[in-house]
Design a protein around this ligand. Structure first.
Ligand code: ZN
Length: 374
């Protein structure tokens, strides 16, 4: 028996459960689990996994703690503001359970580093808030044969599902493509602070069940939670033979970054101009300035700024050579999310004076021209 006296005391409530017992606790001790994103979902998931005795636990996050995170990211406290999340999470988990092997990955996951990181783990917990990362993680789990417990949250709703190699449909079986219209979510939707607590705890539950091997995992079932109605529902789904990653003839055989993927660093480096500043620049003569509206054609057709040209975000990379490489280029969208991404892509393609309209056309309507129809 490999459990010490201290561990027998610490895990005594697990040991009393016939479904876990000493043998189950030893499996937990030998488990290798990575939590991606130590935010709203990753905080409770990692805390419960560490408390429950997952012996080798990694946490991955590239971000730093922001004051607005504290409403739901329970790994951190007020003194954490501005500090790197992954390392802080590791310290907090070590204080909770000093016997664990803990690893902090203060890095942004991408196609180039996912294999090296995943090599050290058997189960991946996806708590990232970026849809591009969710697809990358799913594809990597299928390709490298890792189990995956995925969850997502939006306003008052959460969803969760589990993937086990060879036994289950994957995330892409359920949602085959990244929805281009939904990806750059222009509305900062908000989230009920306690919602990720529920979903992150569900993720930790699934991991413990998978490791020990009891109960029924969320395989082929998408669990949805509606906090407003206080209702759980499940949607059953099957493996698709034409799934791009787990199907009969997969087209995705290596993890890849989606088209238009920008790193957090690239997004952070984007320069912004306010609506009032832009209005002044447009009026001033002699300064060459190009206005590029990156919304969808139907949005552009409804209303746009004079002299603006329409290059939807998902075609920016194809238009790389045609982008104006001289003078100032201002990218704009409805609220400023898509334009930030477009601006980062343009900078990468060599547009040196790329800026984005802060707050988008909503800000323009509020500050400059109320007649704009949005
Ligand atoms: Zn699939």
């Amino acid at each position: 028996m490999s459990l010490s006296d201290a561990e027998l005391r610490r895990y005594s409530r697990h040991l009393s459960l016939p479904e876990i017992g000493v043998a189950g606790q030893e499996k937990l001790q030998a488990a290798r689990v990575l939590v991606i994103g130590t935010g709203g979902l990753g905080s409770p998931a990692a805390l419960y996994l560490a408390a429950g005795g997952i012996g080798n636990l990694g946490v991955l996050d590239f971000d730093r703690v922001d004051e607005s995170n504290l409403q739901r990211q329970v790994l951190y406290d007020t003194a954490s503001i501005g500090m790197p999340k992954a390392e802080l999470a590791r310290m907090r988990l070590a204080a909770l359970n000093p016997e664990l092997q803990l690893q902090a990955h203060q890095i942004e996951l991408c196609a180039g580093n996912v294999r090296e990181i995943f090599d050290n783990y058997d189960i991946i917990v996806d708590g990232s808030d970026r849809i591009a990362t969710r697809y990358l993680v799913n594809d990597a789990c299928v390709i490298y044969g890792k189990s995956l417990v995925s969850a997502a949250i939006h306003r008052f709703e959460g969803q969760a599902m589990t993937y086990v190699p060879g036994r289950a449909p994957c995330y892409r079986c359920l949602f085959p493509q990244i929805d281009a219209a939904a990806t750059p979510n222009c509305a900062d939707a908000g989230v009920l602070g306690v919602l990720p607590g529920v979903m992150g705890a569900i993720q930790a539950t699934e991991v413990i069940k998978l490791v020990v091997g009891f109960g029924l995992p969320l395989i082929g079932r998408l669990l949805t939670y509606d906090a407003l109605e206080m209702r759980f529902q499940e949607l059953r789904f099957a493996r698709r033979v034409d799934c791009a990653v787990c199907g009969e003839r997969p087209s995705i055989i290596a993890p890849q970054d989606p088209p238009g993927f920008c790193t957090a660093d690239e997004l952070r480096r984007v320069r912004s101009i306010s609506a009032a500043q832009l209005a002044a620049r447009v009026k001033a003569t002699g300064q060459p300035i190009s206005l590029i509206d990156v919304r969808e054609p139907a949005e552009f057709a409804a209303s746009h700024l004079p002299r603006a040209i329409n290059i939807p975000l998902d075609t920016i990379e194809q238009h790389g050579r045609q982008l104006p490489h001289a003078g100032t280029v201002i990218f704009m969208c409805r609220s400023g999310v898509r334009s930030r991404q477009a601006c980062a892509l343009a900078s990468r393609m060599g547009v040196s004076e790329a800026w984005q309209l802060e707050g988008g056309l909503l800000a323009w309507k509020a500050e400059v021209d109320p007649s704009l129809r949005l």
